[in-house]
Design a protein around this ligand. Sequence first.
Ligand code: HEC
Ligand code: HEC
Length: 285
Amino acid sequence: MKIQFKCMVILSLFLSGVMALGQDEGEKLFKQVCVACHTINDGKLVGPDLAGVHLRRSEEWLLKFIRSSQSVVQTGDPVAVALFEEFNKIPMPDNAFTEDQIRKIIAYIASNSPGGPGAAGTGGVSPATGKFSNQSLQGDASNGEKLFTGNVRLSNGGPSCISCHNVKNDKVITGGILAKDLTDVYTRLTAAGVQAIIGNPPFPAMSQAYPGKSLQAQEISDITAFLKLTDDIKKNQEGTNYGLTLLLSGLCGAVVLLLIFKGIHSRSKRGSINQHIYDRQLKSI
Ligand code: HEC
Ligand code: HEC
């Protein structure tokens, strides 16, 4: 009897441990990846508020959509297509999660939705860097430009944005091509979306550049203000296409060099040096 009781206690401790682990993993993944674009019960961000999504959609649909939203959109699924249209055709990035991990994320969303056990305590789940809104943008665009280009170091010591992203802005040299051009990202994602993404990048290639350290709130608003300005003035920018310029100046350089070589060559003596002496010798005979 006693042993049985002990077993029960150990078993239930073990089970609750496993459940807590599952919950933790769902929470961890949600806060690592999804929170950049979604809140739970705190309003729309880049994507829809996910409160109660487990009631709106079937589990099967959620498993497919969360793994690869665009493949669901491409099958012509009416719900997915409508969502994609409603959210300005911003594609939700694919996630290489297992089914089990996605189930844990859904469980986390469910438990923090109104009526779920976690809902009362949290009052909604939103980005840790604070809720971003489109109204409260008070960044300094010129400081944002310096942070973007690396003229001022980011406080977390991470690489400057320009090492991976380009913007069409005459004040800024051409940036990297590893990631998307950010010239009109402000229109595409709005202030809330841009700030959420910079504060908590949902893209592995970007978040790995800033391991464990996110940018400071002020840096986020400054860079966002810079991206807004860049977007506002994009029509007046020359747009430096270094690709073509470099090619052309390379070609010009090659032609100039060839001409110089030709010049040097034409002044050089033709025939053997001794020819002249030889001819003179012949004549003198
Ligand atoms: C870069 C932004 C972004 C990230 C990161 C992101 N989503 Fe989304 N999500 C969207 C957008 C935008 C939509 C709207 C549909 C569309 O545009 O494809 C959406 C739609 C959804 C939907 C459908 C909502 C509904 O009302 O049916 C679910 C579910 C969802 N996302 C879950 C997740 C989960 C879970 C994660 C984290 C693993 C995540 N999303 C990460 C942008 C994002
Ligand atoms: C190590 C490379 C790297 C660095 C550094 C980097 N990013 Fe990114 N960023 C990415 C990748 C990869 C993506 C995913 C989308 C893509 O493929 O372009 C991305 C996506 C984004 C997006 C969403 C773009 C869109 O149109 O959906 C924004 C906004 C963004 N980055 C802003 C920034 C800012 C601001 C900085 C500097 C603080 C920065 N990034 C630094 C690699 C990087």
